[in-house]
Write a protein that binds this ligand. Structure first.
Ligand code: GLN
Length: 556
């Protein structure tokens, strides 16, 4: 096992009582205030499930799959980590039990443990520790979030590994932060600490005594409640940190500083650093609180009941609002509601902009195509993402170029106009895990296009997660009928690409419609790279156009 990096401090975040209490946001906000002290901070998510990555997991169960520059399909918490810090996440920042077991079992197959019995302790726990040390290289502080809730069977090897790290590196180099829920019981008019006591007990049974307890609650926490938790859970009262429900998650770094969280951590870990500078976060919170003017964005997708599956997207739209100093109201529309004899005008009534996000599977695709048509023909600002670009391409092929059966071969394998299709190299792929076009690819923008204006650049890099591409056999026709291809991937994988009429060569990355107030779609997912401190140009531009549309709608 590698020695501890010379100066890195470790903060372990565990969760108790119930899931979904914002452990990821808590870890990310802690990173934010430590970064605001000038420290180099990053995070690592350890997920107890046995899937090797969440790429093939159902969004209903798992929420969004977040994609990193280096093409890892990860838990949505990595999105929080990037949005709250300036760190860039990669493969090393996400570890699942499945990956740990895969590594250990492969090693066993190769004979590395010859003669030995391979066991959870020490082999699995050693691998967990090795991954933590790898993620921590070069950092002042590494925050490790253990997924799941204390008491879960699957989480035990992770908890055992972090217990050992405390033993090895000492209390001055490791801090245990436990996030719990303190429910407000209306009939008693009281915040109840018992669940927190139980969960701390469960943690102690496996040898972990928390140093800091972060208490999520819907009401402010009176000092006597903190004192009670302090007494029963053996932590100093100042180390009981209240995390009261806020209007926006971006208020948390400021709230944590007011609770003294960063100071408590620095005291324990012997970190000498300046006071946290939170001016940026204050500006973000101000921006989020703006209620007037307001724009309404219709997001036409699937899984619309499950907001978590569009997490980065919702955040990026919010960032677009911060950039334009307006409130963004999101209206999620089930694409199927636009199909058949639906009254499209009625369903899409009152929207200032239409967004068709990424997606898989044929359900709702015809409704998405109708939403694109509505936006294109009515001059409503439109942003299409991934499947959104593919549907916009199909719509244009059918309704402008007259290819009536145009479709993606994902949904109609025998279409005579397969305007969206697999690349030859994807045709033979049968494995579903990690075989898509994943991660960052460079993209060249057409000078003077809307895309180039928005980005203020002509070379960009954006993240992908898809299998299908615009079929270059049809690009000539689309361009002849007025569609602009404003973004192209000209590098690796573009080999099979047909030549554009203007001589450029590559895979279609961005399409736009000149003469329309704002109509743009990208094959990549811009939402993954939007941060509150640097809202993404496509979302900034989209919300700006929607705001202008709202203004003119009001004037009419
Ligand atoms: N299903 C489409 C593809 O695989 C789009 C994927 C997406 O929108 N992320 O290409």
């Amino acid at each position: 096992m590698a020695p501890r990096p010379t100066h890195t401090k470790f903060i372990f975040v565990t969760g108790g009582v119930v899931s979904s209490i914002g452990k990821g946001i808590t870890a990310a906000s802690t990173a934010a205030i430590l970064e605001a002290r000038g420290l180099k901070v990053s995070l690592l998510k350890m997920d107890p499930y046995l899937n090797v990555d969440p790429g093939t997991m159902n969004p209903f169960q798992h929420g969004e799959v977040f994609v990193t520059d280096d093409g890892a399909e990860t838990d949505l918490d990595l999105g929080h980590y990037e949005r709250f810090t300036s760190a860039t996440m990669g493969r090393v920042n996400s570890v699942s039990s499945g990956q740990i077991y895969e590594t250990v079992i492969n090693r066993e197959r190769q004979g590395a443990y010859l003669g030995g019995t391979v066991q959870v302790i020490p082999h699995i726990t050693d691998e967990v520790k090795a991954r933590i040390l790898k993620a921590a290289e070069g950092l002042d502080v590494c925050i490790i979030e253990v997924g799941g809730t204390v008491g879960d069977i699957e989480g035990l090897p992770f908890l055992e590994a972090i217990r050992q790290m405390r033993q090895q590196y000492g209390v001055e180099n490791t801090a245990f932060m436990h996030v719990t829920y303190v429910p407000f019981i209306r009939t008693a008019d009281e915040l109840k600490t018992k669940p927190t006591q139980h969960s701390v007990n469960a943690l102690r049974e496996i040898g972990v005594q928390p140093d800091i307890i972060v208490c999520r609650s819907e009401k402010p926490m009176p000092p006597e409640v903190k004192r009670k938790i302090s007494l029963f859970c053996s932590v100093p009262a100042e180390n009981v940190i209240a995390a009261v429900d806020a209007q926006s998650v971006y208020e948390l770094p400021i709230a944590f500083k007011e609770e003294g969280l960063d100071q408590r951590l620095c005291d324990q870990l012997g970190i000498w650093a300046r006071e946290a500078r939170l001016a940026d976060w204050k500006r973000i919170v101000e921006g989020v609180r703006i209620t007037d003017p307001e724009v309404t964005i219709h997001v036409v997708g699937k899984y619309v009941d499950l907001k978590e599956s569009y997490k980065s997207l919702s955040e990026a739209l919010l960032h677009g609002g911060i950039a334009n100093r307006c409130k963004v109201r999101l209206h999620f529309i089930e694409a199927e509601d636009l199909e058949g004899d639906a009254d499209i005008d009625a369903v899409l009534y009152g929207g200032d902009g239409i967004l068709v996000p990424g997606g898989f599977g044929s359900r709702g695709t015809e409704g998405k195509i109708r939403a694109v048509e509505f936006a294109r023909t009515r001059g409503v600002p439109f942003l299409g993402i991934c499947l959104g670009l593919q549907m916009a391409t199909v719509e244009y092929s059918r309704n402008v170029c007259g290819m009536t059966d145009a479709n993606s071969t994902e949904f109609m394998p025998d279409s005579t106009h397969p305007v969206v299709d697999l690349l030859p190299e994807q045709r033979g792929v049968t494995d579903k895990g990690a075989t898509m076009r994943l991660g960052a690819y460079p993209c060249e923008l057409l000078p003077d296009s809307l895309a180039a204006r928005l980005y203020g650049a002509t070379s960009i890099s954006e993240r992908h997660r898809h299998r299908y591409e615009v079929n270059n056999d049809f690009v000539g026709e689309l361009v002849a009928k007025g569609l602009t291809i404003s973004g192209l991937h000209t590098g690796e994988r573009a080999g099979q690409a047909a030549r554009l009429p203007d001589g450029r060569n590559g895979l279609v990355e961005i399409i736009e419609l000149p003469g329309h107030p704002f109509f743009i779609a990208s094959q990549f997912h811009p939402e993954y790279k939007s941060r509150p401190k640097s809202p993404h140009p496509l979302f900034r531009g989209f919300i700006e156009a929607a705001l202008a549309n709202a203004g003119s709608r009001k004037a009419r």
